[in-house]
Each structure stands twice: as structure tokens, then as C-alpha cells.
Design a protein around this ligand. Structure first.
Ligand code: MN
Length: 379
């Protein structure tokens, strides 16, 4: 299978290349095009190892640098939004892995769908900010959409063979993050380092902070709403501390179907690459006797206001999820720079949401305009 990777130097992108290595001799994954943001050295390394035809670097400067570095190879280096489009629409790619962080992944992913590519979606912000337009485009172009988010991949697997049956609840699991069980008072002095150390998952900085505030789970509730066509009220967040059950589906007969595995993003990536087949993985297997127990709790939406805010924005629909997502992206950036405190992330999102009037059935231009407008407020 030929693929393009949007965001090959990030956490998902690098793990996807490892999965391609693991599958060698079982299923060949040919990397036709890749894109990165600023890590030019890693892009050079990847280009030499995987020999894609096109490498896109977002910045012009980075592209110039990479062009020089790869001048002894036939690799074509491109840049900017146009470069991302070339990666997303490479004529030989059958699938595009969308793993750019944040809403900047939206436009190139829409281009990929437009040109008939199957989508392996790791970029949840895309569905949060433009879920309806995105899903309509998927249906119109009749392409496959495979979720590369562990929870949504688990739900997708738990729905297999049951699509004709009514769902009672989607049980979306959450680890609870590094601050599980803490009070708001205890969260006042949280530092960047504390927020960046997740107990179960190793991920990029943005999603790790989102996991600490539970905004990640909030975004995932909205993501699930669009992926599986359910109401926000039919999605129940369950804290599963060990991150072994990746999510579950409860049916009308009260049967619950779950997917379990050790926490590794390589699992959902491989499933997207091999679907509908299940091919061997060299990773460690789940040993239940070692595990001994699984622990469950209800999420605390009062302390972790981001989860509540995301559900509210998801129910309102229109542009509110766009406002939620953009203000969260800005707030997380500010927190990582040390400009605001941990609790101010949720406060910033709440205040920004209150400042916008909703627009029903927004167009893609409305969404891009509101997204830019929210970011402009914080400049
Ligand atoms: Mn997830």
C-alpha cells in the first residue's frame, strides 16, 4: 500500500514509520510523501531511509535548508500550504495519515479526501472544528475513514459486525491523566513539567497537556459524535486508570463489547494500515495475570472544567467547537510558554466561548475565519 504522511516527524508520524518497518515482509507500506513542521534534520533522515518522492516543510526557510541537505537525492522538496496539498494528494498514495497537530491539519486533510484517498485520522482537532463538513465530504467521496485515536479505534472495532444494531451508550475510556483525584486547590501550583508527565502514554506536548486538563477527552467526545453519528448524551466517559480498555460499546441488550491491549499508539496505526486484516505485531502482549486488576471511576467535571466545556460546545454545535478548539490551542501554547497557569487553560476557554454568538451550519470559510479570529484575540 502506498501512503502519504502529514506530520511525519511528530509522535504519531514517527510511530507510523516504525509500524511500516514492523510490517516489512508481511505487508509492504510504501511512503510516497511526507511533511513536517520544522525538524529538518529528522525529515532528512526519514527521506533518506524511506525514499518518498515528495517532502514538504511548512516554512520556506526550512524547505531551503532541506533542499540543500537532499541535493544528492531525487527527492522533491516543497513548502507552505501548497506543499502540504501536494503531500495530501500525491497521485500514487492510496491512504493519507493525517497526523498534524491542531486545526492546521484541516485543509490538507480535506484535499486528501477530495482526491479520493482513504484517511487514517490521528488529527482529532479536524473533526472537532469541522465535523459535519468533514463527514459529508467522506460520504460524498466514498472513501474510508479509519480512526487513529486509541479510543475511537477501539469503538470502531467494538462496532464491527454490529452496525445494524442500535447502540445504547458509547463508553469512552479516559486514564484520568497525571492529576486524577486532585482538587482545584491542589492544581493551582501545577508546573509544565508536572503536566507533561503522563502515567501511561507517551505522546506529543499538546495532547499531553490536553490529557492533563481532560480537554483531550472532551475533544474525543466530539470526535466520537461525528465518527459514529451519536448524540453527545449517548457518550459516557469512564475513567479506566490503567489504559488497558481503550473504549467500549454498550448495546440495547446490555452487552458491552470492548477492545483491550497494552497502551501503544502503534496498535491503532497498524490497524488502520492493515484493516480489515489483523496482522502480527512484534510488540509486547497483554498478560492478565501480571495486570491483576482494572480500576474504574467517574470523571470529575467540576475540577476538570475542560471536559464539561467540550461537551457543552459539542451539544451547541455550529461554530462553538471551533471556538473551543482554537482557544484551547492558544491557551495550551501559553501554558507551555509559562504565560498562564494550568487552571487558566480552562478559564480562558470558558471566557472565549462566552464571547461568541453561535453560527448554525457554518461553511468552511466561517470555520477558518472564526478559528483565525479566536487566535487573533490573544496576539
Ligand atoms: Mn485518545
Amino acid at each position: 500500500m502506498n501512503i502519504s504522511i502529514l506530520g511525519s516527524t511528530g509522535s504519531i508520524g514517527t510511530q507510523a514509520l516504525k509500524v511500516a518497518d514492523d510490517l516489512k515482509g508481511i505487508k509492504e507500506i510504501n511512503i510516497k510523501a511526507i511533511s513536517g513542521n520544522k525538524n529538518v534534520r529528522l525529515l532528512e533522515e526519514q527521506a533518506r531511509k524511506y525514499c518518498p518522492e515528495i517532502v514538504a516543510v511548512f516554512s520556506e526557510e526550512g524547505a531551503k535548508d532541506l533542499k540543500v541537505r537532499l541535493s544528492d537525492t531525487p527527492v522533491k522538496v516543497v513548502c507552505g500550504q501548497e506543499g502540504l496539498t501536494q503531500v495530501a494528494t500525491h497521485p500514487e498514495s492510496e491512504m493519507v495519515l493525517s497526523s498534524i497537530v491542531g486545526s492546521s491539519g484541516l485543509v490538507p486533510t480535506l484535499h486528501a479526501i477530495e482526491s479520493g484517498k482513504d484517511i487514517a485520522l490521528a488529527n482529532k482537532e479536524t473533526l472537532v472544528t469541522a465535523g459535519k463538513l468533514f463527514m459529508d465530504k467522506i460520504a460524498e467521496k466514498k472513501v474510508r475513514l479509519l480512526p487513529v485515536d486509541s479510543e475511537h479505534c477501539a469503538i470502531f472495532q467494538s462496532l464491527a459486525g454490529n452496525r445494524h444494531n442500535k447502540i445504547r451508550k458509547i463508553l469512552l475510556t479516559a486514564s484520568g491523566g497525571p492529576f486524577f483525584g486532585k482538587t482545584r486547590d491542589e492544581l493551582k501550583g501545577v508546573t509544565k513539567e508536572m503536566a507533561l508527565s503522563h502515567p501511561n502514554w507517551s505522546m506529543g506536548a499538546k495532547i499531553t497537556i490536553d490529557s492533563a486538563t481532560l480537554m483531550n477527552k472532551g475533544l474525543e467526545v466530539i470526535e466520537a459524535k461525528w465518527l459514529f453519528g451519536v448524540d453527545i448524551d449517548d457518550i459516557e466517559v469512564v475513567v479506566q486508570r490503567e489504559s488497558i480498555i481503550h473504549s467500549m460499546v454498550e448495546y440495547e441488550d446490555l452487552s458491552v463489547i470492548a477492545q483491550l491491549s497494552l497502551p501503544s499508539m502503534k496498535h491503532p496505526i497498524q490497524y488502520a494500515f492493515t484493516y480489515p486484516d489483523r496482522l502480527p505485531s512484534p510488540d509486547r502482549r497483554l498478560n492478565f495475570a501480571d495486570l491483576k486488576k482494572l480500576t474504574f471511576f467517574e470523571p470529575d467535571e467540576e475540577t476538570f472544567s475542560c471536559l464539561r466545556l467540550a461537551k457543552e460546545a459539542g451539544k451547541m454545535g455550529g461554530i462553538m467547537p471551533t471556538v473551543l478548539n482554537a482557544s484551547n490551542e492558544v491557551a495550551v501554547e501559553k501554558f507551555l510558554k509559562g504565560e498562564i497557569s494550568f487552571l487558566q487553560i480552562g478559564e480562558t476557554v470558558e471566557k472565549t466561548l462566552s464571547e461568541y454568538k453561535n453560527i448554525e451550519n457554518p461553511t468552511i470559510d466561517d470555520i477558518l475565519r472564526i478559528d483565525a479570529d479566536v487566535r487573533e484575540r490573544f496576539k
